[in-house]
Write a protein that binds this ligand. Structure first.
Ligand code: SAM
Ligand code: SF4
Length: 480
């Protein structure tokens, strides 16, 4: 035990100053391991029906839009989400038709459902013309005519495209909350992303939301090239003074072939500087009456309760009195990531829709579900997935975990928790483990430690699959 604990300590020492990828989406396992190409959507839905007899579920609905305004550098220089370049209105008209057709393919599966939240994301969901928001909501209501009154319906977009006319149209169509992707408020900072966006447009959009009775949320990023603690606090203060109810404060995820990853590394604050930014932002937001509801979500609220809900199926599982409720996400449209977790006895699937629009259209034309690939959970993966999501919500409910899986979580990772406690990252009680202090910032590192063994297994499967495919292709060439 002491040896293993020592190894965990050394691993933390090695990783604590390293830049970690995947700060935005902390899922298990990473889509790098989603190797199943023929997702049996009918079976997934059949499992889901069985699951719902055992576990009450909530369905959150995510609706994607693929397109984004062109930028130089492309993809805003930092973005890792799939998207395609917006060129003209016709793209959106065509896309809405296909969205409706994908809906028809699923409608028989969702006859009984009433989603508890709806999120229009992307890409850029405020590219539509004002008249099209009615159409967008009509497509959703055709599928789900019984949306409960008061359902939170959020639409996210870039500041410069939120005109007052559009916001009125959104509200009239039934949207209740607007999420504004600001990232940075200072014009010289946002310029690095190539976005033609002004800080004043963010403030104007917030003011219109207030005037129209729409809820508002703002996304900001810290760890941006050349950013200082002072600059970050200035942005936070501006948004707080504007009376925004919800702030999402992400650490910049630097990965892939983005412009920031390739060309701006020397300008990026180090991980140690990012920790200092995280600490300063957390203190600032707490002092201004915001409660932290996830690793990066802050909500202006009287009570420190977890009432926030959105497209990231964060509240995967929690105790609702005696019942255990699982949250499912159906992601509709281009590149959407759906999660139907199933039960410990009958684990379910995650899968993503096609990440190229042409492919998305082509599959629908062929009468096939537009799914690219996915992952069928084992029980161990389901345990890790729930654990990751609980960590993302800052608290791990030990009793719920034991009730779901019959496993004592403290014993399961007994070599890891003490190392985290020594660092002051985790506090424990009979009922729960809580991420505290810098532990919240280091959530991805902690998740990596917990999933290390399983990820090693998945890596082996991935490499042996690749080797098999290569051997198969060699054989085919020999025959040819
Ligand atoms: C998928 S984007 C869509 C929103 C909208 N298109 C926009 O750019 O504002 C949702 C949010 O993800 C965050 N995001 C995207 N790429 C990121 C990255 N590399 N690191 C951190 N956050 C990122 C941004 O804060 C963004 O507002
Ligand atoms: S950050 Fe937003 S606007 Fe920019 S490429 Fe990503 S999704 Fe599109």
């Amino acid at each position: 035990m002491d040896d293993r604990l020592q190894r965990v300590r050394e691993q933390i020492d090695r990783e604590v100053s390293r830049r970690h990828a995947n700060r935005v989406l902390h899922g298990h396992p990473s889509p790098l391991f989603w190797l199943d190409q023929d997702i049996p959507v009918g079976t997934v839905m059949e499992h889901r029906r069985t699951t719902r007899l055992v576990f009450p579920t909530r369905l959150s609905l995510y609706v994607a839009t693929p397109y984004c305004l062109p930028t130089k550098p492309d993809r805003c220089g930092f973005c890792l989400f799939p998207s395609e370049i917006y060129r003209n209105q016709e793209q959106l008209d065509v896309y809405l038709r296909y969205l409706g057709r994908e809906g028809e393919m699923y409608s028989r599966f969702f006859e009984e459902d009433r989603p508890t939240s709806v999120y229009f994301g992307g890409g850029t969901s405020n590219l539509y013309k004002a008249r099209q928001y009615d159409q967008l909501l009509a497509i959703v209501r055709r599928m789900f005519p019984r949306l409960p009154p008061g359902t939170e319906i959020t639409l996210e977009g870039v500041p410069q495209l939120f005109t007052k006319e559009k916001l009125v149209a959104m509200r009239n169509a039934g949207i209740t909350r607007i999420s504004i992707g600001a990232q940075q408020l200072a014009d010289e900072m946002i310029k690095m992303s190539g976005r033609k966006q002004k800080g004043s447009q963010v403030l104007q959009a917030i003011a219109w939301c207030h005037e129209l009775g729409l809820g508002s949320s703002v996304d900001l990023i810290f760890g941006w090239p050349r950013q200082t603690v002072e600059g970050m606090l200035k942005d936070l203060d501006t948004v707080v003074q504007a009376g925004v109810g919800h702030i999402t404060h992400y650490e910049l995820n630097v990965a892939g072939r983005t412009d920031f990853a390739r060309n701006r590394r020397p300008e990026l604050p180090s991980t140690d500087q990012n920790v200092r930014m995280y600490r300063a932002s957390a203190e600032f937001l707490r002092n201004h009456g915001y409660a932290q509801v996830t690793t990066f979500d802050w909500e202006k609220t009287e009570a420190d309760t977890l009432r926030y809900e959105d497209h990231w199926y964060r509240r995967f599982a929690h105790g609702d009195g005696a019942a255990i409720v699982a949250t499912e996400t159906w992601a509709w449209g281009f590149a959407g990531v759906s999660v139907f977790p199933g039960t410990p006895g009958l684990p379910g699937w995650s899968y993503m829709n096609c990440r190229r629009v042409e492919e998305y259209f082509a599959r629908i034309d062929q009468g096939r579900f537009p799914v690219e690939r996915g992952f069928h959970y084992t029980e161990k993966d389901l345990r890790l997935m729930i654990l990751f999501q609980m960590l993302q919500c800052l608290r791990v409910d030990l009793q719920l975990y034991e009730k779901l899986f019959g496993v004592n979580l403290v014993d399961e990772y007994r070599d890891i928790w003490p190392a985290l406690q020594e660092r002051g990252w985790v506090e424990g009680s009979e009922r729960q483990l809580t991420l505290v202090g810098d532990g919240v910032f280091y959530t991805p590192l902690i998740q990596g430690l917990l999933a290390a063994e399983r990820l090693e297994e998945l890596r082996k499967v991935k490499f042996s699959n690749r080797a098999n495919i290569e051997a198969e292709s060699d054989r085919t060439q020999e025959v040819a």
